[in-house]
Structures are given as structure tokens and as C-alpha cells.
Design a binder for this molecule. Structure first.
Ligand SMILES: C[S@@+](CC[C@H](N)C(=O)[O-])C[C@H]1O[C@@H](n2cnc3c(N)ncnc32)[C@H](O)[C@@H]1O
Length: 429
């Protein structure tokens, strides 16, 4: 097993001569044998000094995977595109040039400012050095994190069925506001035609998702040995990552899109049991039951002052809790109940839960009549008041009461009163 150890910044100061020799040795090894992209993508290994308990046999090698785009039809990427890549596909442009291009792109697209991780529990990521980003999108988060000098990242492994390193994938532009959801707009204009001009204007067309100026291969080559972008779902990839050491896992606004929540968290528990049992997991869940949890229009009751056309009011004021609502049929929008998500996580992980509330202006619209109607259907008021749920978790040695999972409906639970969810307890963030 090739071992290149790196010292942390604080140790650099106290052990300078030793560190200097190690670094020199490290550089030599890197030049001789540590082409970061050899047969597999390989990374600088974890530091055995700061992480005492790395089991033998763990090495930071991430296999390149091949996959076809899988969830990208809705954002306009080419479904037939083969997303596999080999090492010879990596551009040979100078690293400094590529890094500048990447920095410019993440800035223009608004990713740079969003990796400040100021809010708890995202602050846990400030110390993370080996990060797994589960459901990362098309790649810019990794580039933004690596180019942020405040973060301490040694390497970033991101996976997503929507990444395709060889192409300039249509990627979410953080500076463009969300408009109507596809199903919401089709229903509003009584058509299934996705290219109907009224539907395009209602969803905002491809403005929010358009081709990112640097592709995934360029992002990886800009940070050699530090970024791996893997196309595929967590379910298909996780077993291949078992020998990689992670000290943090980020699951940011992904859980509300997962169809197989249980498989993902069971898989994460398994994965972390190999080389990363110490890892901190940070989950940011956008709650479907909050005012804007439908992911469509309006995002806030303030937008109702813009005099939207009546057909765009379907989801306003918790219209999405209606089982017949357009978005209720969207399989990519999971409406897991907050208590069920918490109970599922609790089986595999020991988690602290924090919540951010919906804005006061929206809260005021949840009147007593609405509360009384929804409580008869088995909902509690506070399920509607939490906008984001944040969980900071650590792996349990053994699952706790795993049989509970069988009693829960974790994807599209009925909203007609026939289903009772697990209780939900979370403190304010
Ligand atoms: C709202 S995006 C969030 C992307 C990124 N984490 C962010 O914060 O911008 C949700 C992502 O989850 C990904 N996703 C959906 N199912 C997944 C799965 N089974 N495994 C991994 N990622 C998945 C989607 O492709 C999508 O990119």
C-alpha cells in the first residue's frame, strides 16, 4: 500500500524539521509514483497521527466508474451520453490555468459564497479533511470547497447520478431563482407538452440549469489527486468506496429527493463501518411540509403580492399537502415525514437534530382552521413550521431497533389521514 502522510497545519509548526523531511519525501514519492490518476483515482492517504484508529487495509483509492446519465432528463442533459472516463481523458492544461478557470466559474455561478458553512451543523465541515459528498449535483461544490482557503480539505469525493465528467453538464445556477415545478406548470396550463412556451416561461426553462463552463474532467485535473466526481447513485457506488477514509459525509438537500431512503442510510452505515467509523455525517433536509417544500411556486407568501395568475396558486399556503396536488405525484420529490426521517436515521446513527423555521410571514398564514383540518389527518403543527432539518450524526456500532423501519412509509406516505408518522423532536438551529 502506497503511503504518503501529510501533517496538519498545527503540527507543521511544532515539528518543522521532521515535517520538512516528510514533505520532501512526500514530494519525491508523488513525482515518482503518485501520479494522482494512475489506474484508479488515488488520493493522499489519511494522516495516521491525527486519526489514530484507521484500520489496516484502508487506502484512499477511488475507482473510476462508468454510468449513463440517469436523472438528467428533467434538466435537459443528454440521456445517451456515456459518462465513463479514463485517466487519459484528463486534460493536460497547466493546473494553475485550470484552477483559475474553476475559481472564475464557481464565482460566476454563485457556489463560492455558499461554502462558508457558517451555520450549525454545517460548521462541522470546516474541519473536515476527507469529504464524501453524497448527491453533490454536477461537481461545482467540490471545486468551490477546494478553492476555498478557509477549508481544510485534503480530498473531495462526490457522487451523483447527475454528474457526467466528460461533458459540460447542465448545472444548477445558484444565482437564478427557482420558478414553477414542471408538473405544477403543466397542470396550470392543462398540457403535458414540456416545450409549450407557457410551460417554459412558468418553469423558467433551462435558465436555472445550463451548461457549466468547466466540465468534471477539468475540475478533477485542476485539483490533481484531490477531487473525484463519480457518476452514479449512492446505491450503485457505495460498496466501491469501502477502503476510502472519510472523516465527513455531506448529504445536502438530497434526502428530499431520494426514492430509496432506507437503502441509502443502511448503505452509508455499512460503508462507514469499514474505514470511516469516526466520520461525522451532516444532513441538510429541505422539508416537504414547509411553506416552500413543494420546490415550486411560490417560495414565500411574499410572492403572492406580485399578483400571480390564479393558475399559479395551486401550491400556495400548503396546497401541496393535498394528495391531488401536481407535485404530490413527482417521484423525485420525496415527502418523507420529518419524524420518520429522524426515526430512520436513529436506527443507524446517533444524531443531533436542529431545524430552521419557515419565515414569520409564512407562519402567519397557517391559521387555526388549517391547523385543525390537518391535525385530523394526523399532522402536527410543527411539521409545517420547519423549513430545513439539519442532522449531525455519528455511526452506531450496531443498528438500533431496525424492525421499526418496516413500519414506516418513507417515500410518498399517504396524506389522506390513513398514515401516522413517527413523532418528531428537533431543537431550533
Ligand atoms: C437538490 S440536488 C442537491 C445537489 C447538491 N447537494 C446541492 O446542495 O446543490 C439533489 C441531488 O441528489 C441527487 N440524487 C438523487 N438520487 C440520488 C441517489 N440515489 N444517490 C445519489 N444522489 C442522488 C440528484 O441527482 C441531485 O443532484
Amino acid at each position: 500500500m502506497t503511503t504518503v502522510t501529510m501533517k496538519t497545519r498545527s503540527r507543521l509548526k511544532s515539528n518543522f524539521p521532521l515535517v520538512f523531511i516528510l514533505l520532501l519525501g512526500g514530494i519525491l514519492v508523488m513525482n515518482l509514483s503518485f501520479s494522482p490518476y494512475t489506474e484508479d483515482i488515488s488520493f493522499i492517504l489519511a494522516d495516521p497521527v491525527t486519526i489514530e484508529s484507521i484500520p489496516a487495509g484502508c487506502k484512499a483509492e477511488v475507482p473510476i466508474t462508468s454510468a449513463l446519465f440517469d436523472l438528467n432528463e428533467r434538466i435537459g442533459n443528454d440521456m445517451e451520453q456515456n459518462c465513463s472516463y479514463t485517466l487519459s481523458d484528463l486534460p493536460t492544461t497547466a493546473v494553475t490555468v485550470l484552477q483559475q478557470q474553476v475559481r472564475d466559474a464557481v464565482k460566476v455561478w454563485g457556489y463560492d459564497k455558499k461554502v462558508d458553512f457558517k451555520k450549525k451543523p454545517l460548521t462541522a465541515l470546516l474541519d473536515a479533511r476527507r469529504l464524501l459528498d453524497l448527491g453533490m449535483g454536477q461537481g461545482p461544490w467540490g471545486a468551490a470547497m477546494l478553492s476555498n482557503p478557509k477549508l481544510n480539505l485534503e480530498y473531495y469525493v462526490g457522487l451523483d447520478p447527475a454528474v457526467c465528467p466528460p461533458i459540460h453538464a447542465r448545472t444548477r445556477d445558484m444565482k437564478v431563482k427557482r420558478k414553477g415545478k414542471q408538473l405544477q406548470c403543466q397542470k396550470a396550463y392543462g398540457t403535458t407538452n414540456t416545450t409549450d412556451p407557457r410551460v417554459l416561461s412558468c418553469t423558467g426553462g433551462l435558465a436555472k440549469y445550463h451548461p457549466f463552463p468547466v466540465n468534471g474532467l477539468e475540475m478533477m485535473a485542476a485539483y490533481p489527486g484531490q477531487v473525484a466526481l463519480l457518476p452514479g447513485t449512492f446505491e450503485t457506488l457505495h460498496s466501491k468506496l469501502s477502503k476510502v477514509v472519510f472523516d465527513a459525509v455531506l448529504v445536502k438537500t438530497v434526502t428530499e429527493h431520494l426514492e430509496h431512503l432506507h437503502s441509502v442510510f443502511e448503505g452509508l452505515w455499512e460503508l462507514l463501518g469499514h474505514c470511516s467509523s469516526h466520520a461525522t455525517i451532516v444532513i441538510d433536509h429541505h422539508n416537504y411540509y414547509s411553506y416552500d417544500g413543494h420546490h415550486g411556486y411560490p417560495q414565500s407568501s411574499e410572492q403572492l403580492n406580485e399578483n400571480p395568475p390564479p393558475e399559479m396558486l395551486e401550491l400556495a399556503d400548503w396546497g401541496h399537502i393535498n394528495p391531488e396536488a401536481s407535485v404530490a405525484a413527482d417521484r423525485t420529490l420525496n415527502r418523507v415525514r420529518p419524524g420518520d426521517l429522524q426515526a430512520l436515521l436513529n436506527v443507524y446513527f446517533d444524531c443531533e437534530c436542529m431545524q430552521s423555521p419557515i419565515p414569520k410571514i409564512d407562519e402567519k398564514r397557517f391559521d387555526s382552521a388549517m391547523e385543525s383540518r390537518l391535525s385530523k389527518l394526523g399532522f402536527a403543527r410543527h411539521e409545517f413550521m420547519a423549513k430545513h432539518l439539519y442532522f449531525q450524526c455519528n455511526r452506531r456500532a450496531e443498528p438500533l431497533k431496525p424492525e421499526l423501519v418496516q413500519t414506516m412509509i418513507l417515500h410518498h406516505p399517504p396524506m389522506d389521514g390513513s398514515y401516522r408518522a413517527q413523532p418528531f423532536h428537533c431543537k431550533s438551529a
